[in-house]
Design a protein around this ligand. Structure first.
Ligand code: ADP
Ligand code: MG
Length: 255
């Protein structure tokens, strides 16, 4: 089943003074099937954040549509958007976005509190997730008391506790050391194997090599796609590196 469809997406930013226009997205087109793990790569300025913001309904496109389970995100009414986001999407950000005055547990509960789930129910959902993520012992701690990797695990718990249709991750390993990166990538692979659909924007070839499909964006368009097929992570890593070389050096010959 197709979970996400992106059609003819265009985004033009107009600067306030001088009327200069920047075409951040020219014509983005792709879809994601239920259970897929997709990585999106592209150089700085290629439109990744713009795309993710539109998929997260944080920004609106100039043209085009985004269908999440058939529902057009672009036309969800402004006052319903926050609830829509909470009910259907999970987010993992590079810089975690945890609230410092809340324990990890309360941070994880935040999207549920906003949805009026009972405290008893929240605890029942939390335990198996916290166990899988290895954070049971630190749930009462505050973000400043734990490591970056632990904060990111709590952020993943917060993203999955609502059982979102889709997880959107923006450079989720960007602030982690290599050990915490490995552990996060293992975790993402694990929750994907259990059926969670994931869309991850990343600069990191290593992170992308864990996905099952890699989309490359250049100048606001999908330039190329790689499917894992039967490749191992190492083989996919090599293929991604090759593609990035073409993208950054010989790209003109391919257009
Ligand atoms: P990436 O995340 O791949 O680095 P972005 O989506 O941030 O790329 O940016 C794509 C292009 O759009 C860039 O040229 C950037 O300068 C421009 N851009 C991004 N946000 C804005 C904005 N709010 N106003 C004007 N231009 C923007
Ligand atoms: Mg960006």
């Amino acid at each position: 089943m197709t979970i996400l469809e992106v059609h003819n997406l265009k985004k033009i930013y107009t600067t306030r003074f001088g009327g200069n226009q920047v075409q951040a997205l020219r014509n983005i087109q792709f879809s994601v099937e239920e259970g897929e793990y997709v990585a999106i790569m592209g150089e700085s300025g290629s439109g990744k954040t713009t795309l993710l913001n539109i998929l997260a309904a944080l920004d609106r496109p100039t043209e085009g549509e985004v269908l999440l389970n058939g529902k057009n995100l672009v036309t969800v009414r402004e006052k319903e958007i926050a609830a829509f986001r909470r009910e259907h999407l999970g987010f993992v950000f590079q810089d975690f976005h945890l609230l410092d005055n809340f324990s990890l547990k309360d941070n994880i509960f935040l999207p549920l509190v906003l949805s009026n789930v009972s405290y008893k129910q929240m605890n029942e959902w939390l335990y198996p997730i916290a166990q899988k993520l290895g954070i049971v012992d630190i749930l009462e701690k505050y973000p400043y008391e734990v490591s970056g990797g632990q904060k990111q695990r709590a952020a993943v718990a917060r993203a999955i506790i609502t059982k979102p249709e889709l997880i959107l991750a923006d450079e989720p390993t960007g602030a982690l050391d290599s050990k915490a990166t490995d552990s996060l990538l293992t975790l993402f692979s694990q929750i994907n194997k259990e059926g969670q659909t994931i869309l991850m924007v990343t600069h990191s070839t290593k992170a992308a090599s864990h996905a099952n499909r890699v989309l490359f964006i250049k100048d606001g368009e999908v330039f190329h796609q790689l499917y894992r097929g039967s490749m191992s992570n190492e083989q996919l890593y090599a293929k991604i590196s090759e593609t990035l070389t073409v993208l950054t050096t010989g790209g003109e010959n391919y257009e």
